[in-house]
Design a protein around this ligand. Structure first.
Ligand SMILES: Nc1nc2c(ncn2[C@@H]2O[C@H](COP(=O)(O)OP(=O)(O)O)[C@@H](O)[C@H]2O)c(=O)[nH]1
Ligand SMILES: [Mg+2]
Length: 323
């Protein structure tokens, strides 16, 4: 099969070698789906397929190797750990990552990869919520995803629609610049946050999201992992949007102060205690708000400085390339 890809835009024709794209599939007990995912890519000329296995207890490794993928067994546990290990080891210029559970379509790779090849994006994420088919998400998962994405948009003042997606394309250089530490399912959130922190060009494109094939189980625990992800979003907002980070507690204290003021006329026998509580909560609220504003100034200045450094680096690289 010819591995030369030609991608035509209005401005230019882009020719690339599909072997320069590493298709990376993290898997854990996916014997029911991994073969179709691998073959889906091979059928369209992408033969460079790397499967990172999280010590599956079924025949995932054997099936993946027989289908023509390189199989590596990750050390330790967790999807995040597998991703960090893979990003450190991959040498190809472009990486496309996809779940091994058959819920995403290999043939939709172009929508993700082309903006990266064109240089329009460093990192493209497939928005599963936009292209979900009926029953692809359970109602609990859809609700959880919506709440988490809304919380993320609020915390990061962003437009992201699906931060938890596993179908993504990026340059090796851009993903290696991210400071990733999460071992489990918080890794996608961390990646998205890191892209924002590092000022990378991030884009979302709609992708089809299919129900899992029969007998293929999700490894994600909606309540436990949903809680961990929400906590991580809050924690990460500290450096990106400190006004939100401190503002949450400032608003809560403010609400408690108002509550004590509101009940004050009705519970006269506790009035001195309520008065103390009012000043306590009002004080905490004010202090946190001041902390938020102060930290927000530092964060904004920090972002501006980083942006200036990056622009400078890009200009220097351009000059160097011309020379
Ligand atoms: N290597 C590795 N892969 C994992 C691990 N846990 C899950 N995966 C894989 O990561 C992908 C996403 O997991 P999945 O259960 O589909 O999560 P969801 O798509 O968010 O519901 C699938 O291909 C899983 O097999 C792990 O601990 N190690
Ligand atoms: Mg999945």
């Amino acid at each position: 099969m010819n591995t030369i890809g030609i991608f035509m835009t209005e401005e230019h024709n882009l020719i690339f070698d599909k072997n320069d794209v590493c298709i990376f599939i993290p898997v854990l007990n996916e014997e029911g789906a991994v073969k179709d995912v691998i073959e889906g890519f091979k059928n369209i000329g992408y033969n460079n397929i790397l499967v990172y296995d999280g010590n599956s207890k079924d025949k995932t490794r054997e099936i993946a190797a027989a289908a023509g993928a390189r199989v590596v067994i990750q050390s330790g546990k967790g999807k995040g750990r597998a991703m960090i290990q893979a990003f450190g080891a991959i040498t190809e210029k472009y990486i496309v990552m996809i779940d091994g559970d058959g819920t995403e379509k290999p043939e939709e790779i172009n929508a993700l990869l082309y903006p990266v090849l064109e240089g329009k994006a460093d990192h493209v994420a497939g928005d599963r919520i936009a292209g979900r088919t009926p029953d692809a998400f359970t109602s609990l998962n859809l609700f959880g995803n919506r709440v988490i994405n809304r919380f993320f948009r609020r915390a990061f003042k962003s437009e992201h629609r699906d931060i938890l997606t596993g179908y993504r394309a990026f340059t090796r250089e851009s993903v290696q610049a991210l400071d990733l530490k999460q071992s489990g399912f918080v890794i996608e959130t961390e990646m998205t946050v890191e892209c924002l922190m590092k000022g990378q060009k991030f884009m979302e494109v709609p992708i089809t999201y299919l129900p899992r094939p029969e007998k293929v189980e999700t490894k994600l625990h909606p309540i436990r992992d949903g809680f961990k992800i929400s906590m991580a979003i809050y924690k990460y907002s500290r450096f990106y949007n400190p006004l939100f980070f401190f503002g949450v507690w400032s608003s809560l204290s403010c609400a408690l102060a108002l509550l004590t003021a509101a009940v004050h006329p009705f519970i006269t026998w506790h009035s001195s205690m309520l008065g103390t509580a009012f000043f306590f909560f009002a004080g905490i609220s004010a202090v946190l708000l001041i902390a938020g504003f102060t930290a927000d100034i530092s964060a904004t200045l920090h972002r501006k400085t980083l942006k200036a450094i990056r622009t400078n680096q890009k200009e220097q690289k351009k000059e160097y390339d011309q020379f």
